[in-house]
Ligand binder design. Structure first.
Ligand SMILES: Nc1ncnc2c1ncn2[C@@H]1O[C@H](COP(=O)(O)OP(=O)(O)O)[C@@H](O)[C@H]1O
Ligand SMILES: N[C@@H](CCC(=O)OP(=O)(O)O)C(=O)O
Length: 374
């Protein structure tokens, strides 16, 4: 999807709804907004478009139910609020969709579920089956078990990973601003709205550097990162004003609302997508100049001769980042050897591996099929 007119052909759409538009200024769920989104999504479904919702709002709703006026800082209190609030969130969607004749399903995921290849495939198969039965999956992070280590961290990123998982054509991020501005509009009243922009444009990083609202978690930074993750499956992202009348239908009809972030890359294979979305990096290998240049040409494996250093402790099969000697990230990949073994074979020809390790292994440190360029 490279332009607004393409959006009419969308077959699968992930819609992320942020806390900033889901709640009435933190005073409970905005039921009329939910009813309006649900009515629009029902129309998309009637046109044969698969829709997956990633919805925030559990913490905000939980706070209301528990009678708390300020967002707690203690992790356990946030987790408790999320578990109380998730009930209300799901009830609200369930009731609205019921009125339109559709069933909903609650899907709660952690980082671990998406980082483990088998569980990732299970999640995909379940969501696919729900869509086949015309059920609307409503996804949120499983905040109850998601501590710092386990969490994806924000629902913008979670929605992008889901877009990758399901090879969606479009990721719609509904928020409290008219779209992505060239600087934070809450800070700079002269900020200009961007209409269409290539997702990899470098000036976007600076434009997104402001913070988030009081209810949201990520601000524009996580939305930009999400758009870049989504682009790996060729998914276009739109950041749009969630409370605007008929926003979802208008966007699908190609109207110039919000900001369209156009993917530049050709979609990569599902396996490689999984690799890049896998956030749990265990260590780094540092490449010499020759290896750094070689792996940039796609289709090349990383050999021990090109590795100059290893950082961190990791086992065979784990994910590492490949950096050059200036610490710039070049690629990510699954290693054929542990950190200890790579340390022993680095800067050697592959023919030396058996002598150095005492066993015959693969000739590459990372095979090209398991290497994804950044
Ligand atoms: N360049 C920008 N364009 C638009 N909004 C921005 C920008 N930089 C920072 N923001 C902030 O991001 C906020 C939206 O993110 P967030 O509060 O996390 O909402 P949500 O709950 O929808 O995820 C906006 O209210 C805005 O203040
Ligand atoms: N799981 C959290 C979502 C936190 C989050 O990412 O919020 P937001 O930035 O509003 O999308 C909740 O439901 O409150």
């Amino acid at each position: 999807m490279k332009s607004r007119v393409d959006l009419k052909r969308a077959k699968c759409c992930v819609i992320k709804i942020g806390s900033a538009v889901l709640t009435n200024n933190g005073q409970g769920l905005n039921r009329s907004a939910i009813n309006h989104w649900v009515a629009q999504i029902s129309q998309l479904k009637a046109r044969g478009i698969d829709v997956i919702i990633v919805s925030s709002g559990s913490v905000a709703e939980g706070m209301v139910r528990l009678g708390w006026s300020a967002r707690p800082h203690a992790l356990q209190e946030l987790q408790a609020a999320a578990s109380v609030g998730q009930m209300g969130l799901i009830q609200a969607y369930e009731q609205s969709f019921q009125a339109e004749g559709y069933k909903t399903a609650q899907v709660l995921l952690t980082h671990d579920d998406l980082a483990n290849r088998t569980r990732y495939l299970n999640a995909r198969a379940t969501i696919k089956t729900l869509l086949d039965f015309s059920v609307v999956p409503i996804i949120n992070e499983n905040d109850v078990v998601a501590n710092e280590e386990l969490r994806v961290g924000d629902n913008d990123t979670l929605a992008a990973i889901i877009a990758n998982l399901m090879s969606a054509d479009l990721l719609m991020i509904l928020t409290d601003q008219d779209g992505f501005f060239d600087s934070d509009p809450r800070v700079n009243s002269a900020a200009a709205l961007l209409n269409e922009v290539g997702v990899d444009e470098e000036f976007l990083d600076q434009a997104a550097s402001g913070g988030s609202g009081t209810l949201g978690r990520g601000g524009m930074q996580t939305k930009l990162t999400a758009a870049r993750i989504a682009s790996r499956s060729g998914t276009a992202t739109i950041i749009a004003p969630g409370l605007r009348q008929n926003v979802i239908l208008s966007l699908i009809d190609g109207q110039a609302i919000g900001t369209l972030l156009i993917p530049n890359e050709a979609p990569v294979s599902a396996r490689k997508r999984w690799l890049t979305a896998h956030l749990d990096v265990k260590g780094r290998v540092v490449l010499d100049v020759g290896a750094a240049q070689a792996i940039k040409r796609s289709g090349v494996s990383l050999l021990p001769i090109g590795v100059v250093a290893v950082n961190g402790e990791f086992a065979r099969g784990e994910l590492v980042v490949c950096v050059n000697e200036s610490s710039e990230e070049l690629a990510r990949g699954l290693v054929n050897y542990s950190s200890t073994d790579i340390d022993k074979i680095k800067q050697n020809n592959s023919s030396e591996i058996e002598r150095l390790l005492g066993y015959v292994g693969e000739s590459e440190v990372i095979h090209r099929d398991n290497l994804v360029l950044l």
